[in-house]
Structure formats: structure tokens, C-alpha cells
Ligand binder design. Structure first.
Ligand SMILES: Cc1cc2nc3c(=O)[nH]c(=O)nc-3n(C[C@H](O)[C@H](O)[C@H](O)COP(=O)(O)O)c2cc1C
Length: 649
């Protein structure tokens, strides 16, 4: 049973992340969350408002805040807390959610449901949704004092599809709304990765090239000009009508009447339904155009819409309620379809991390004053605003912590399950007194001892399937120092790269090979690169450390001292690879520059090899060394080949 004092900075951060995984119209994420002790205050973020003209009372902002509150409560309960909600404690506040010691044990499966809930815009299969599932959804709605009407007959669904298509066409014909929609569309992976909000067209199943064409087609002036050719109507039929028609069930969440809290509570109720549907392994997608139009007030729209707009909207509203058999005064909250999807989105919709910009601090200015002018004020600000995940804090992951903190990095997340041992002292940033301490924890202290304003979150379990979405989803750059000498490391590395791919984050990975340092940059923001470059098709359980490394390291990159070690391993002797202080520190140096470059928006080479011992050799010795290296490489290749032949026999 959790105690409120267990609300550590790490738990609070994780709760904020899970809260922000809530759905929001156009993925605008129109909420702000302020934490005060055990109370989370959820407010509308006016800077992230949508439908400024169509929705003058910002009801959709309330829906998003309500959904965020539902996620916060579900996440808190999953982590073992109880959550109590006060709606609208003040006029400008959506809700206060106060956490306390929980009565039920933590439930990781519940966390997975929050993580996996997504808007699935694919066509759904022609398979009925079980009656027991639909009954459960209706019961959840009723529990929250709402009603859920569900259409399952082809006639009713077809009528709803027509209403949604017509509403979508009207929405696309309203210039201010069309402009807003265009601003929130992300037509390329890079645009989506950069803003981490808005609608990533890849999640609509739009191929990259078509997305680029759409950026022209959907430009407000172009779409306006194409209206007479029926282009908006065609787009609306594709985005609303066709997917609704494919679905076995379409639902309308509605209230009996309208009060100040209706849309807040409605948003929370919708999200509870969404989580329930996800738990059943089914998918859902909202089609809110008919509801959004119903929020419009004639006075606010008069200037920009054709004369009979309001009559059309009123007619669509009536058709919607009739199709669902709702009473005339019903207030629609959410229109969505439910079913088994034909495909599931491979990536996640992205979220901005809800942190405020750091305040001006004389200490920070003084700390970083000697960086100038090598680091410009803009770059310094960017570095200060950056959050870096150090996944694995040993020789590789631990090395960039100190140079980066000295350069001015202030937000770190350190994930590492291991503790310092005496044999780490030859290369890692540990002192005798750190032996036996968790490496992440000790590095957090080191960082804070340089700059007390550092925020260093510690995850002593390392990277796991359970925490990887939070670790990756809240950081801007990932330093991958996951050790792959053990199977658990190979599994963690795969999880890390798959999630970085899913959430479009750049990863800087290092590998020390004796005196040679290799650095690989996987920039998953570009949309083309597969996880780990697509080099690992086998499941991690089937890969040995040598298998893993041989796929990433080119034989010609391996230095001589490591070839000697490799040869002895191939010949069957035991032992571990040599690891040296200057090599590990070199990764610290290269990764620190790389992080600065990424903060400043510069791209990086995908591979860097630095072999200082080679640079120091006089030319003649270097040539002899290279020749001996090639001979040794050939010898190992022959050895491996003969072993393979023997094994086959
Ligand atoms: C009030 C509301 C209305 C929405 N309306 C639509 C819609 O009409 N069409 C659509 O494709 N998605 C709609 N969405 C889904 C959002 O676009 C989606 O939540 C957001 O992009 C984040 O993606 P996710 O739900 O997969 O996390 C709506 C969401 C909310 C909360």
C-alpha cells in the first residue's frame, strides 16, 4: 500500500507523463498541470487551445482536461495510490486531484493499458463487439451520470457515417478552422518529432510521399479553391464516413443537460471508456466533427460562414440524436467507433513534456560563463532546456554525465540497475566510498554536487518493458550505455531502441573496443531508420553478446588489442573484454558534443571511430600494426569458418 510520502520526484514525473498520454483534440494537449505536494492541479492551457472560433466556450479544452484527470487517477491507482477529484475548485481550474495512501496494491497491467490506449484510425473488422463489452461500457457511462447510446445496425451506422461526413465537410469549409487544422497537421516525421504535438499523418496511415502532397492540398488557400470540385467533401468521406461504415459499433456519449462541469466530467468518462475498450483488446476512434459544430455559437461565427450554416448544423445535430435514439435535450459529448482494428499503429502519438522553462539563475550564468563564445547564448539555453536519458550508467552511459553537467545540462534521467564494484574504479566516475552504491544514484549526487539546481531522476531498475515508454517519452536525447554482455542487457537495448523509434527520439550509443571508441547515432526522428538500423530480426533471447556485437561493429573497426581477446574467446577461453579509462572518457567527450549539437538542432554523423593509440603511433609502427591487424582478422575469420563447418557436421 503506497503512502503519499512515496510521491518521489520520479513517481510524480511518471504520473505527469501518464496524465499527458490522454487523448486531446488534434493532439493539441491543451492542459497544464501544477503539482503542489500530493495535489495535482489541472488547468486549461490557453496557449494550446483549438477551435477558437467554432468552440468559444472551450468545451473541447474541458474534454481534454477531463481525459487527463481520468488518466491521472488511473495511473495513480495503478501505482498504488488513491485519488480524489474536486472538479472546478476555482473558475479557471479544471480539477484538483489529491493522492493519498492507496488501499489496493500497485497494478502494472493497468499502467500498460494507459500506455497502450491509442486512437486507431484504421478500418475495423466486420466482427460484432460482444454484447457483454457494450453492456460494460454503458454501465461505466451510467456510473458517471452519463448515457452511452450504441448503434450496431448497418442502417443506423450508415446514417451516422453520412452525418459525420457532412459535418466534416462543413468543418473543412470554415476557413479559420481549416487554418487551425492545417497548423496542427504534421506532414513529415521531422515536423512531428520536433513539435511533439499535432496530428502525425503517419498515424492516419498516410504514406510519407502522400503526406507531402497533402501538405499542399490541405493548405487553406488551396483547399478553399478546390471546394467547388468537391475536394473537402471527398476528404471528409475518406476520414469520417468510410471508417465509420467499416465499424461494427458506433457510440455516442451524452449528458441529459448542460452544466459547467459537464464537458470536464464527460472527458473523464470518455477516457475511462477508452481504457476499458483497450483492456478488452479492442480499438476506438473519435469522429467529433458533428459534436464540434454543435458547440458553435451563431454570434461568434457570423462573419466567416455562409448564410445557411447554422440551419445545416442544427439539422445534423438532430439527425445525430435521432440516429442514436437520444432524447431531444441530450448534450452530445463524444462520438466514437469501436471494433477490432485491421491494423495497429506502430508508432505512438507524441507528447510535449509538461515542464516549465527554467527561471533565470545567476549561478547558472556564472557556471557556464567560460563556455562562451564556443557555446552561444542560444545553444546554452537549448542545452539547459534539454532533458537527457542516460540509459545504463556504467563505463559508457556514466561517462558523459560529468562533462554535460559542467557544460550546463540540468535535466537528467539516470537508469541503471547495477552497483559500483572495485573493478569499475579503473574507468568509471566512482570513488572508493561509492562501492556498493547504485551507479545512477551516485551519479545523481555527483551531478548535484556540481550544480545544485540539477534535476536528476533515478530509475534503479534500469530500462524495462514497464518503464521504457516513460523514460523515452519524457526525454529529448538518449545516451545508450546499456551493457550487452548479458542477455538482460540485449533485451533492454532492444526495448530502448524500439521505443526511441516509436517516439522519434535520437539515440547516441557507444561501444568501447579496447583503446578505440565507437559512437553510433541512431536518429529516429527522420522516419526512415528502423530500430537498431534493422539489423536484429531474431528475438533477443536467441542472440548471444558476440552475435549482437558482430551485427553492429564492422570487423575493420576492431582494434588489435580486442582482436587478441576475440581470438582467445573463439578458441574457447574465458574472460572479459578490456575496458579502459581513457576510452570510456572519450565517449564522455564525444557524447557531450553530440548532445550539444542535437540541442542546437544540428544533425550528426551516424558513426564515429576514434582510436587515440593509433593517432599517437609514429607512421612506421602504425603501418606495421595495421598489417598485423588484418592478418589477425583473417585468422579469426578462418577460425570461425572452420568451427562453423565442424558444428554443421
Ligand atoms: C475531444 C476529442 C475529439 C477528438 N476528435 C477526433 C476526430 O474527430 N478525429 C480523429 O481522428 N481523432 C480525434 N480525436 C483523437 C485525437 O486526435 C487524439 O487523441 C490525439 O491525436 C492523440 O492521439 P492518441 O489518442 O492516439 O493518443 C479526438 C480526441 C478528443 C479528446
Amino acid at each position: 500500500v503506497a503512502d503519499a510520502s512515496l510521491l518521489t520526484p520520479e513517481v510524480v514525473d511518471r504520473l505527469l507523463y501518464l496524465t499527458a498520454r490522454a487523448p486531446s483534440p488534434h493532439n493539441a494537449q491543451g492542459w497544464r498541470i501544477a503539482v503542489d505536494g500530493a495535489t495535482f492541479r489541472v488547468l486549461r492551457d490557453e496557449r494550446r487551445r483549438v477551435l477558437r472560433e467554432l468552440d468559444p466556450d472551450a468545451r473541447e479544452g474541458d474534454l481534454a482536461c477531463g481525459a487527463a484527470v481520468a488518466n491521472l487517477c488511473a495511473a495513480a491507482q495503478a501505482l498504488g495510490f488513491d485519488a480524489s477529484v474536486r472538479w472546478r475548485p476555482e473558475a479557471v481550474v479544471a480539477a484538483d486531484v489529491t493522492l493519498s495512501a492507496g488501499s489496493a496494491p500497485p497494478d502494472p497491467a493497468r499502467l500498460a493499458v494507459i500506455r497502450d490506449r491509442t486512437t486507431n484510425r484504421s478500418a475495423y473488422r466486420d466482427e460484432p463487439v460482444p454484447g457483454s463489452v457494450l453492456d460494460g461500457l454503458c454501465a461505466t457511462a451510467r456510473d458517471a451520470s452519463f448515457e452511452l447510446a450504441i448503434a450496431t445496425t448497418p442502417e443506423a451506422i450508415s446514417e451516422i457515417a453520412d452525418v459525420a461526413s457532412s459535418a466534416g465537410t462543413l468543418k473543412l469549409s470554415h476557413p479559420p478552422t481549416q487554418r487551425e487544422l492545417h497548423e496542427l497537421m504534421r506532414f513529415s516525421p521531422r515536423a512531428s518529432g520536433r513539435s511533439r504535438d499535432g496530428l502525425d499523418l503517419e498515424l492516419f496511415g498516410v504514406p510519407a510521399l502522400a503526406a507531402r502532397v497533402s501538405s499542399l492540398l490541405l493548405a487553406p488557400r488551396v483547399l478553399g479553391a478546390l471546394a467547388s470540385l468537391g475536394v473537402p467533401a471527398k476528404l471528409a468521406r475518406d476520414a469520417e464516413g468510410a471508417p465509420i461504415r467499416s465499424s461494427p459499433a458506433v457510440a455516442l456519449l451524452y449528458a441529459d443537460g448542460l452544466e459547467d462541469e459537464t464537458f470536464l466530467r464527460g472527458g473523464a468518462c470518455f477516457e475511462r471508456l477508452a481504457l476499458q475498450i483497450t483492456e478488452h483488446g479492442l480499438a476506438l476512434a473519435q469522429h467529433s466533427a458533428p459534436i464540434e459544430l454543435g458547440l458553435a455559437r451563431p454570434a461568434a461565427l457570423d462573419a466567416s460562414v455562409p448564410g445557411d450554416w447554422h440551419a445545416q448544423i442544427a439539422a445534423l445535430h438532430d439527425r445525430l440524436l435521432t440516429a442514436f435514439g437520444c432524447p431531444p435535450g441530450a448534450v452530445p459529448i463524444a462520438l466514437f467507433r469501436v471494433g477490432a482494428p485491421t491494423t495497429r499503429p506502430a508508432r505512438r502519438s507524441l507528447r510535449v513534456h509538461p515542464s516549465e522553462p527554467p527561471p533565470a539563475a545567476p549561478f547558472y550564468d556564472e557556471l557556464t560563463t567560460r563556455n562562451q563564445p564556443a557555446i552561444s547564448p542560444d545553444e546554452q539555453r537549448a542545452l539547459r532546456g534539454l532533458r537527457v536519458l542516460f540509459a545504463g550508467c556504467g563505463s559508457i552511459g556514466g561517462a558523459p554525465v560529468e562533462p554535460l553537467v559542467r557544460m550546463g545540462l540540468e535535466q537528467l534521467v539516470l537508469a541503471e540497475p547495477g552497483e559500483y564494484e572495485v573493478n569499475n574504479l579503473n574507468r568509471q566516475a566512482a570513488r572508493l566510498r561509492d562501492i556498493g552504491r547504485n551507479k545512477a544514484d551516485a551519479l545523481a549526487d555527483l551531478a548535484r554536487s556540481i550544480n545544485p539546481a540539477v534535476s536528476a531522476l533515478v530509475e534503479p531498475t534500469g530500462v524495462t518493458a514497464e518503464n521504457v515508454d516513460w523514460l523515452v517519452g519524457t526525454t529529448d536525447v538518449i545516451v545508450d550505455g546499456v551493457d550487452v554482455t548479458e542477455q538482460s542487457g540485449i533485451i533492454a537495448k532492444r526495448l530502448l531502441h524500439e521505443e526511441a523509434w516509436r517516439q522519434r527520439r535520437p539515440v547516441i550509443a557507444g561501444l568501447d573496443l579496447g583503446g578505440t571508441q565507437m559512437v553510433y547515432v541512431f536518429d529516429y526522428r527522420n522516419g526512415r531508420l528502423k530500430p537498431l538500423g534493422g539489423r536484429y530480426r531474431k528475438s533477443p533471447e536467441q542472440l548471444s553478446a558476440l552475435d549482437f556485437l558482430s551485427r553492429i561493429v564492422k570487423p575493420l573497426d576492431v582494434p588489435r588489442e580486442l582482436l587478441t581477446y576475440t581470438e582467445s574467446i573463439v578458441r574457447g577461453s574465458e574472460g572479459s573484454a578490456p575496458q579502459l579509462a581513457p576510452t570510456a572518457m572519450q565517449f564522455g567527450v564525444i557524447a557531450a558534443w553530440s548532445v550539444l549539437d542535437l540541442a542546437a538542432g544540428r544533425t550528426l554523423r551516424s558513426k564515429v571511430r576514434v582510436a587515440i593509440p593509433d593517432l599517437l603511433m609514429p607512421r612506421r609502427r602504425r603501418i606495421a600494426n595495421e598489417a598485423a591487424r588484418v592478418v589477425q582478422l583473417v585468422r579469426i575469420k578462418v577460425l570461425l569458418e572452420s568451427q562453423r563447418v565442424r558444428n554443421r557436421r
